[in-house]
Design a protein around this ligand. Sequence first.
Ligand SMILES: Cc1cc2nc3c(=O)[nH]c(=O)nc-3n(C[C@H](O)[C@H](O)[C@H](O)COP(=O)(O)OP(=O)(O)OC[C@H]3O[C@@H](n4cnc5c(N)ncnc54)[C@H](O)[C@@H]3O)c2cc1C
Length: 368
Amino acid sequence: MGGSPLRVLVVGAGIAGLAVARALRLAGFRPDVTERQPPDERADTGVYLPGNAVRAMRRLGLDGPLRPLGQVVHRQRFLDAAGSPLCEVNLDALWAGVGECRALPRAELHRVLLTGAGGAVRHGAEVNAVEPLPGRVAVGFTDGTSGEYDLVIGADGPRSSVRTLAALGGPPRPAGQVVYRAVVRGGPRVADWTALLGRRAGFLVAPLGVGRLHCYADEAGTDLPTDPLARLRELFGSYGGPVPAVLAALETVHAERTEEVELGRWFRGRVVLVGDAAHATAPTLAQGAAMALEDAVVLAESLKAAGSVDAALLAYESRRRPRTRWVRDRTRDRNRTRDVPPALRDPLLRGRGGRIFGEHYRLLTGPL
Ligand SMILES: Cc1cc2nc3c(=O)[nH]c(=O)nc-3n(C[C@H](O)[C@H](O)[C@H](O)COP(=O)(O)OP(=O)(O)OC[C@H]3O[C@@H](n4cnc5c(N)ncnc54)[C@H](O)[C@@H]3O)c2cc1C
């Protein structure tokens, strides 16, 4: 069906929406993209892309513009709360033949994807009506405009309104953590992805290049603090390693609850979901961007290869389910280890942690 005059609307210009727009353009389609936020309203945070995310960027022809950004990460180091080593994962070996792992400012990844998508995003246009009709979809926007499409792709995140409006599912459910993130400037020098594992909480930093650090922390629970920076200092004030120097350098911290989306099906009629709208998980394995980018590649390939939209959507969902289910299940496994007291967990990690953590990515290092 590549090159067919299919009228496609992509709802949402996050990682999933922009990647899907790029993949569709490469496959010969000309999608419209609509985004409710104004341009450049992205928080100053970092993102860590494991090897399979970088492979998907290559499949989108965007590895060139990605290469100068952020920093390649070669090693994951796990420490206990005091800063003593527990175990390591050699990322070059784990992702050999797939792609390098890279940490970069999220806004820079967004810029690459926006350019790749052709730049033509209608900002400030929120979808508020989706009506699946035989062979097409009627769509309404909050500014009073409307349109009709042959295919609507809901890339509108974990709280997707497309999902609700197309009766594919309800709100996300809490995954049980509060997560904190920030970009640190003027902090300590940290060469590796470094995580300190405490009791029902963890703190990680990764280099973003030019002296910046991606800082990510989490704790079990669902109550958002009124002052995230004060809460981080309270939670991690007694930690060792690079933590005291990072806490001292922190300025703005973003806090949010983790959410999970698990659906019986990802499409109804001519409405289909991609990215967090279809399968959000807690970001414990840092696989959200990778899954969104892979969705984009596979959906475009399916639309190009299949004889009909219906067959393409079925092929897309069947191909993507095993990998997103793997991420969800391994994320839950990893989150459960938080409840094991460090006195029991840490000796096990000292012996076998590298193998256990590497194993969480086994399926993902295989073909798409
Ligand atoms: C704290 C945290 C840290 C994370 N760290 C990592 C990491 O290091 N590595 C990684 O791979 N993943 C990470 N993730 C996960 C990753 O950020 C997500 O999986 C990814 O951003 C999902 O992209 P998306 O495009 O599906 O959704 P979103 O990024 O949520 O984008 C959805 C877009 O749709 C727009 N939208 C919503 N509703 C409408 C509407 N009705 N009409 C029009 N537009 C609409 C929104 O404004 C938004 O721009 C992290 C997540 C969190 C919460």
